[in-house]
Design a protein around this ligand. Sequence first.
Ligand code: F6P
Length: 355
Amino acid sequence: MHLGRKTLSKYLIENLSGTPDGADLAALLVDVAAAVKAISGMSAKGALGGATGSMETTNVQGETQKKLDVLSNTAFVNTFEMGGLVAGVASEEMDDPFPVRAPHQRGPFLAIFDPLDGSSNIDGNVSVGSIFSILRAPEGREPVMEDYLKPGTEQVAAGYALYGPATLLVITVGKGTHGFTLDREVGNFILTHPDIQIPADTSEFAINTSNERFWEPPVSRYIGECKAGKTGVRERDFNMRWIASMVAEVHRILIRGGIFLYPRDTKDPSKPGRLRLMYEANPMSMVVEQAGGMSSTGRERIMEVVPTQIHQRIAVILGSRHEVARVVQYHEEHDAGKGEPFSSPLFSERGLYRN
Ligand code: F6P
């Protein structure tokens, strides 16, 4: 029984009232929570709800849409349109952003979201999630594309919902990262994971190793060293996980540390990475940085990348900060023409990142 524990609404009132746009942002995040509850209900019904399986349509990425992808997108779009707190929305499932127009009321924010991330996992009953990013809308006019194409540092809030054995909503408004668990009987999100801190060190990595032959040398080097374990330069064994559901992967890292990599590779030269900047990499980077972790492409901080397209792809390396720093260092050394053996003083016997 959660009576007496802090609800999402109470957390938002305590942390946002008195700040500019604070009441509106709090109300918008309550709307996000409402859409998440609807998606949680639909996904929990599984095959009984008739929403498993694929559509005959593909999204702008050319991926076959699952029925739940489309239903989840509708849940977010309807909630945002009715809520009166956003001036426009952009989604993985929609080719272009669209402005909120009469009879709906225009609000002070833009919402960018991936309504159901990892949806190839739905039919296998493996955890999936929703990811969202909130930006400020331009004042007094309809938003245009440039208004969405802001670096992640301009996000005013971000987070994700994880539809696992329990439904969790993890959010940041720039004051740490906090996790709320859905009490299904009562319908409230309860603060169960206040001020999450990602351990700086880890012995667990997550990467799709089937892409190994396409990786760049710094990534091969890092993963090779992890796999060598006690017998290699790291002198300890590493563990590996790959769920193929970014939300579940990031959540595990928030809870017990780890490093997640979907690096740039040569598999499809037209794609500089697999994951999407605006509604995967940026919001997850804000969540991770606010929890004391680090997030990079390997060559630059993800949140400082200036976007050029709404569905832009990017390399993502995030999680426990000492390990991410090590991978960044390997990229720097590689780009400077220095490869093996690894000789940076940062990682030497008594260096900063020595474990
Ligand atoms: O972008 C969607 C996504 O499903 C992520 O959630 C996940 O990390 C990744 O793609 C899985 O990719 P792959 O199918 O290459 O393992």
